[in-house]
Design a protein around this ligand. Structure first.
Ligand code: DCP
Ligand code: MG
Length: 363
């Protein structure tokens, strides 16, 4: 696009690679997003997310306030931030937030696996300001996820490099082959979008060619990892999938297929150049989801992200097509029927959208 060509209000109609020509602006807007996420204030959160996402898709850098006129979702508040950055090189509102004690503390607390905005805010209101204060506090009960989040905090907050993600992929493929030779492993999440460096975890979909075979996969995989001494933490949610219930507007953001949230031990010998630190291994967050094969395409589309791409895809389906899309299925409310799909391309076609490659979905 050029400053003149129209920009779609839906991320699923804009190609967004990781090359962001407006990073200085989107970084600032994302601080505002984070600040409202911490307080769970939905409205401004959605508004700033959409504005940041539009700017990420531009093939040109913003050089004047005039050039952003007519861009969808770039409202007054976003425009003020952009204008300040153009004029002074920084936004005063964003700087105020970055220096704010509550913002900094909640960001730190929420960087722990298993800690969301409610827990972080509760700890903050109890006067706690550091991770060591939380661990030393006699009255704080951490759940199993949080205990492991604290235990592996330095590894997990460092993020996963692309070469580490490839080593994790090799490990998962090996493990799956040894327990279920017919099963298929597919990389999803940010690493499928070629988001080059530093994912917060590595995401995979596993499924089997014969229907029903997927239900045993995750327990078998976890058992095998455990035997090898590589399973540091697991939280397993068996499938609660019921086609009667989905898709439904209310369930759009949920996922009913069997899945597990893991912390794995990635040995340095598996990564070219090794891993940081002198233990010879690092902890890595890994998510696995196991849909039945006939729902694979929907799960793949739903778990490849980005989150903003997914939000806009669902909003597009609902608003422009009177269809409901989620991680399980696509339902046409006009025809009152489910629309089957074997591949992501089928789903884009049902929606009347041009197919978009994963590396264009970095909205
Ligand atoms: N997702 C989902 N339902 C969930 C969790 C995730 O639909 N319960 C989707 C949306 C995300 C994708 O799966 O785009 C992967 O989730 P991540 O949180 O791992 O996000 P990314 O992989 O995009 O980035 P990162 O891992 O770096 O945070
Ligand atoms: Mg991920």
């Amino acid at each position: 696009s050029s400053p003149e060509s129209p920009v779609s209000p839906y991320a699923c109609q804009r190609r967004t690679t990781i090359e962001n020509k407006n990073k200085i602006f989107t970084d600032a807007l994302e601080v505002l997003v984070e600040r409202y996420e911490q307080s769970e204030i939905e409205g401004p959160c959605v508004a700033f997310r959409r504005a940041a996402s539009v700017l990420k898709s531009l093939s040109w850098s913003i050089e004047s306030v005039r050039s952003i006129e007519g861009l969808p979702y770039v409202g007054d508040s976003s425009r003020t931030v952009i204008q300040e950055i153009l004029q002074y090189g920084r936004s005063f509102e964003v700087e105020r937030i970055l220096a704010d004690e509550r913002y900094q503390t909640l960001k730190l607390f929420m960087s722990v696996f298993g800690v969301g905005p409610k827990t972080a805010d509760k700890w903050y209101r109890q006067g706690l300001r550091s991770l060591s204060q939380i661990l030393a506090h006699p009255d704080i009960q951490l759940n199993r996820m949080q205990q492991n989040g604290f235990l592996h905090h330095s590894d997990l907050s460092r993020g996963v490099r692309a070469d580490e993600a490839r080593a994790v992929e090799a490990l998962i493929v090996e493990t799956v082959q040894s327990v279920a030779p017919d099963a298929v492993v597919t990389l999803s999440g940010g690493f499928r979008r070629y988001r080059s460096m530093f994912g917060h975890d590595v995401d995979f979909i596993v499924t089997t060619a014969e229907a029903g075979g997927e239900s045993l996969l995750l327990p078998l995989i976890m058992e095998r990892l455990q035997e090898q001494g590589l399973l540091l933490f697991q939280a397993y949610n068996p499938s609660t999938f019921d086609l009667q219930k989905v898709p439904c507007r209310r369930y759009e953001a949920m996922d009913f297929f069997a899945k597990c949230f893991l912390i794995l031990k990635l040995e340095g010998s598996r990564v070219q150049g090794g891993v940081q630190g002198d233990r010879g291994w690092r902890a890595v967050r890994v998510d696995l989801v196991a849909p039945p094969i006939e729902h694979f395409a929907f799960t793949q589309l739903g778990w490849t992200g980005s989150r903003q791409f997914e939000r806009d895809l669902r909003r597009f389906a609902r608003t422009e097509r009177n269809m409901i899309l989620d991680n399980h299925a696509l339902y046409d409310k006009t025809k009152n029927q489910f629309l089957a799909a074997l591949t992501e391309k089928d789903i884009f076609a049902h929606l009347g959208l041009e197919y978009m490659e994963p590396w264009h979905r970095n909205a």
